[in-house]
Design a binder for this molecule. Structure first.
Ligand code: NAD
Length: 360
């Protein structure tokens, strides 16, 4: 098959890590008979320098017309770069919000995988992590408390601030469907996380999720209160497959989940909408402190590319083979500086990309 991928290298380490992800995708293409065409899209600081805005209409159109989008990272050194003298809507990160909105992406998936080889980076005890864990946090991205009406008033000298948390059943249904779809491609377990003992929006979330579950009889659905989930993530993370939750709970739980995996350079992510077109990117930023030094870990971006194959293109075997290659390279003891430990072999960005490619 032929796939058109919009590629956004962005700023800082973005171009370096994207180069390695493309190398790996090209090897997949050769081995499995696919062709990946890349169209480069300017976004972030590089776009500001070239066009005056962080994402042009044409750039967004190119992304919309692609089969999927692969993003490195955007942004510069906040204290030093001139980009941050601009008003907020013209800064590099505004490009991220614009592309997510423009592509109507409402579901965010962040895998939390602890590889056996990187157990040392996990802050949990050995008896808790066992031989590692592998789950995803699926977060609703465009509704709930962060998007509800808000205002601050003052009555009789007392300041009062109000935020509103609203979800309608359509918003819940569409994210729940993605949750079950992803579970079908994984361990067939969904844990829906809410605060149904207090919040009406959570009670609706629970009802609608149960209704959607009827369409997926093979998937086991459980409910968990968000406070309990926060505890279970550090007590027994191995119980989870897909954690499905609303925007604010997902914001907090996905950060907790990434902390227990250790390194930021390993964390992939995907944002999805109503169609197969998704935005795939590492969870980390543009790391200006190490940009251009061949030090960045490209694995999060390479694993994001694997997610693109799995979720946007339904290329399961191909995605599996990238993930297996990453594991094999770690098993052989190769490490970038962020995941380096004693007696391991230190490699740079390019070498890590080459090693993973060679395993495929
Ligand atoms: P960051 O994630 O870029 O870096 C945090 C630390 O982790 C740094 O020490 C960095 O060197 C290290 N690091 C990050 N990715 C790494 C990798 N792949 N390999 C090895 N080390 C890695 O976060 P920050 O420093 O807070 O932000 C830097 C810039 O990135 C800012 O302009 C910020 O706005 C932007 N940012 C962009 C995105 C995005 O594009 N999605 C996300 C977060 C931050």
């Amino acid at each position: 098959m032929n796939y058109n991928i919009a590629v956004i290298p962005g700023d800082g380490i973005g171009p370096e890590i994207i180069t390695e992800a493309k190398k790996v995708l090209d090897r997949i293409g050769e081995n499995y008979g696919h062709s990946f065409q890349y169209t480069e899209v300017l976004m972030g600081g590089v776009s500001i320098d070239a066009t005056g805005v962080p994402l042009t209409e044409e750039a967004l159109e190119t992304a919309k017309n692609s089969d999927s989008v692969l993003l490195g990272a955007v942004g510069g050194n906040v204290g030093q770069s001139n980009w941050y003298n601009l008003p907020p809507h013209l800064r590099p990160e505004a490009g991220l919000l614009a592309i997510r909105k423009g592509l109507n992406l409402f579901a965010n998936i962040r895998p939390a995988v602890l590889y056996d080889e990187l157990k040392g980076a996990c802050p949990l005890k050995d008896e808790i992590i066992g031989d590692g864990f592998d789950f995803v946090v699926m977060r609703e991205l465009t509704g709930g408390l962060y998007f509800g009406a808000r205002h601050t008033t003052e009555e009789n000298g007392v300041r009062k601030a109000t935020d509103t948390l609203v979800y309608d059943e359509k918003e819940i249904k569409r994210i729940a469907r993605w949750g079950f779809e992803i579970a079908m491609k994984r361990g067939k377990k969904v844990c829906s996380v809410d605060k149904a003992n207090v919040l009406d929006s959570s009670r609706l979330w629970r009802q609608v999720t149960k209704e959607v579950a009827k369409e997926y009889p093979e998937v086991e659905l459980t409910d968990m209160l968000v406070d309990n989930c926060a505890m279970q993530l550090v007590k027994n993370p191995r119980q989870f497959d897909v954690i499905l939750t609303e925007n604010m709970f997902g914001d907090i739980l996905s950060d907790e989940a990434s902390m227990i995996t250790g390194s930021i350079g390993m964390l992939a992510s995907a944002s999805l909408g109503d169609t197969k077109l998704g935005l795939y990117e590492p969870s980390h930023g543009s790391a200006p402190d190490i940009a251009g030094q061949n030090k960045a870990n490209p694995i999060a971006t390479i694993l994001s590319a694997a997610m693109m194959l799995r979720y946007s293109f339904d290329l399961e075997k191909e995605a599996d083979s990238i993930e297996a290659a990453v594991k094999a390279v770690l098993k052989k003891g190769y490490r970038t500086v962020d995941i380096m430990s004693e007696s391991m072999k230190l490699v740079g960005t390019r070498e890590m990309g080459e090693l993973i490619k060679a395993e495929i």
